[in-house]
Design a protein around this ligand. Structure first.
Ligand code: GTP
Ligand code: MG
Length: 246
């Protein structure tokens, strides 16, 4: 039986964290949870602790300041790998990622995937209710990343994922550098170059109902500039190639 750790980054998610943790426990009772909170002023971390004490298997990693999604995942994965978990999951706390879908991601890991992406842009996946601008940015951002990097992943920016710990070690996740959402693309690109098997499982991404988005133009710009930089760098070095599949 694999030991699973779900890493959930939070900033200002007091309105969502309780339901997220409860639904997660119902969906995957055996999984442990690590909430990585960046000192949310609305008390998200304390709430997570209170509900966690009731549910069990929930821990809160408290960081002093908001330093971005990428750094929160690096911190969470470091803890998970050190503690010897077999599988590490990323899941947003705002209920956009339905905890009930997690078993389908974990099944794909059991079947041998090196990275499982909960995908909006494969048949069966969807993003209902998104305004057209957000939808267009996400879709074309993904197409751009796919074109520049050549990974063939339809939803490389999705933050709903499952990794075998061995994959994270193989790609040296701790040396990734994206602070924000670019982290998703950076890790997917590394897995692809390493020769890992990336499997996309369809998900329905529900737009957040409570709280506010932390997505900003600056974060999107970081993502685009990093993708362009990796693509250009690796083309120049002739390294935009994949190792032979394992
Ligand atoms: N620890 C930490 N968590 C963050 C940070 N930025 C965002 N998050 C969390 O990461 C998850 C995704 O962030 P969101 O703001 O929902 O970003 P999004 O999903 O692109 O945007 P919307 O769903 O449209 O609001 C949520 O659980 C956030 O609370 C951060 O700097 N630090
Ligand atoms: Mg969200």
């Amino acid at each position: 039986m694999s030991r699973v750790l779900v890493v959930t980054p939070t900033f200002l998610e007091a309105e969502n964290i309780e339901e997220a943790l409860r639904r997660l426990r119902v969906a995957v009772p055996e999984a442990d949870v690590l909430v990585v909170d960046d000192n949310s002023p609305d008390g998200t971390a304390d709430l997570a602790d209170t509900i966690g004490a009731e549910l069990g298997q929930v821990e809160v990693l408290r960081r002093p300041t908001k330093t971005g999604l990428g750094t929160a995942y690096r911190a969470g994965f470091t803890v998970g790998v050190e503690r010897g978990y077999d599988v590490l999951v990323q899941m947003d706390a705002d209920l956009s990622h339905d905890p009930a879908a997690l078993p389908s991601l974990l099944r794909a890991v059991d079947q041998g995937a090196d990275l499982v992406v909960g995908s909006r842009y494969v048949p069966g996946g969807s993003v209902p209710h998104w305004p057209w601008l957000r939808r267009a940015l996400s879709k074309w951002g993904n197409r751009y990343a796919g074109f520049v990097l050549g990974t063939g992943v339809a939803d490389a920016t999705s933050g709903y994922r499952a990794y075998p710990a061995d994959t994270l070690k193989a790609i040296d996740f701790a040396s990734t550098r994206a602070k924000g959402y670019g982290f998703q693309i950076e890790t997917a690109y590394r897995v692809w170059r390493w020769g890992g098997r990336i499997v996309e499982v369809p998900i329905t991404f529900t737009d957040r109902v409570k709280g506010h988005s932390k997505m900003t133009w600056r974060i999107a710009a970081e993502e685009l500039s990093l993708v362009t930089w990796w693509g250009v760098r690796d083309r120049v070095r002739g390294r935009r190639t994949r190792r032979a599949a394992v």
